[in-house]
Design a protein around this ligand. Structure first.
Ligand SMILES: Nc1nc2c(ncn2[C@@H]2O[C@H](COP(=O)(O)OP(=O)(O)OP(=O)(O)O)[C@@H](O)[C@H]2O)c(=O)[nH]1
Ligand SMILES: [Mg+2]
Length: 371
């Protein structure tokens, strides 16, 4: 292996970990070309000074930033100093075992553009996590998979331990305020193949965790920012507009059928049959489902309109099924709010419509126009 791998390691008060980290990396990577780039946010426990002193024996460089700007921005800064064409990112606290790095490099040699050290594939895991921490981690991943479809290729898109070819981010504007840098890379990097290598996230032996509740809020903000920057938010707005157009189709067609095409208006069963009025409403509902489907297929999800006529019909059937369940959700919610909680009926209806639309959007995004 003669390509250089730059290992970027953000540090904040990790004095008691970095000697062992550098030694274990040296042992695991004997025979490899690599460099370690520490990006320290002005730790007050002497981390940077200790890292400097390791330069004598090891391929280490140290970037010290005087103001603490956070984890993701440390990685972005490290990237601009990285000499290698391959870049790995890991934590300094030994929760990411250095012995896993060779298998990450191997994945790149075998053709991956990005390889993620993963807790959530066969052979991976988390040591000593409480039930609530597991739940939060799973929930965060679920949210990313749901709202940021490009992350679905990876079982552990929240991992802070990964490797990639530097080309992947050559033209990407990585947002340094972003919290989980792998999410940024998966969403706006350019790549073909991404693989995962299992590892066990071990418990921290020394130093303190910097994880706090604010980071969970930051995470939500980050997801929203990625949705905005990658067009996923625009997609949702398009979907909502299409849904609005469906209301016009639905009402308009019912009006045409009952006023001009001989169907009986539902409030006039004296001169006609109730069946006729209901036929008119069923026809207009189904027509609006079909027009919504076509608009979504060629507008909202135009980038995922793949396959021939068979695929199109399959999607239409999915869309119908989801709309049907969506309608039941809307009716159920409306009853719950208006009858159960005694809320004003039009208000209940609007809330019920919003909830049903979310359902429709998420399910169609996930299933009908899956990528
Ligand atoms: N440069 C820099 N590094 C940071 C900052 N915050 C955390 N780090 C480093 O980022 C890595 C991960 O931070 P941790 O606090 O261990 O977070 P975690 O591993 O997600 O959480 P725990 O499992 O609780 O340890 C460690 O190497 C930290 O030293 C920061 O603001 N700036
Ligand atoms: Mg940690």
């Amino acid at each position: 292996m003669n390509k250089t791998t730059s290992i970027i390691i953000p540090t904040y008060n990790e004095h008691d970990n970095i000697t062992s980290l550098v030694q274990r990396l040296a042992k695991s990577l004997a025979g490899y070309n690599y460099e370690i780039v520490f990006v320290d946010d002005n730790s007050n426990d002497g981390t940077a000074e200790l890292a400097e002193s390791l330069k004598d024996k090891h391929p280490v460089s140290v970037i010290v930033r005087k103001d603490k700007r956070g984890l993701a921005s440390a990685v972005v800064d490290g990237l601009s100093h990285a000499a290698g064409s391959i870049v790995a990112v890991m934590d300094a606290d030994l929760q990411h075992p250095p012995e896993v790095v060779p298998s990450l490099i191997k994945a790149i040699e075998e053709g991956a553009d990005i390889s993620v050290a993963s807790r959530y594939i066969e052979g991976g895991g988390c040591q000593g996590w409480s039930f609530s921490r597991k739940l939060i981690s799973r929930g965060a991943i679920f949210l990313a998979h749901l709202l940021l479809p490009a992350t679905r290729k990876v079982k552990d898109p929240m991992s802070g331990f990964f490797i990639f070819k530097k080309d992947v981010v050559a033209n990407a504007q990585l947002n340094p305020a972003g919290f989980k840098i792998l999410l940024e890379i998966l969403m706006i990097g350019r790549f073909q193949n991404v693989t995962e290598v299992p590892f066990t996230f071990v418990t921290r032996e020394k130093g303190e965790s910097k994880l706090n509740a604010r980071q969970q809020i930051d995470y939500l903000k980050h997801i929203f920012s990625l949705m905005r920057r990658t067009g996923e938010l625009l997609r949702f707005i398009k979907f909502a507009l299409v849904g609005g157009s469906g209301v016009f189709v639905n009402v308009g067609l019912y009006w045409l059928l009952t006023r001009f095409a001989g169907f009986t208006p539902l409030d006039d069963t004296v001169t006609g049959s109730i069946l006729s009025g209901n036929m008119a409403i069923i026809i207009s509902i189904e027509t609006s489902i079909v027009t919504n489907f076509l608009l979504n297929n060629y507008y909202t999800f135009a980038d995922r309109n793949t396959g021939g006529i068979k695929a199109l019909i399959g999607r239409l059937l999915n869309f119908n099924l989801i709309s049907l369940v969506g309608a039941l959700i809307q009716i159920g919610m409306m009853n719950l709010l208006a009858v159960g909680f005694g809320l004003y009926d039009l208000f209940s209806l609007v809330i019920a419509i919003i909830i049903a639309m979310m359902w429709n959007y998420l399910l169609n995004n996930w299933w009908t126009w899956r990528r």
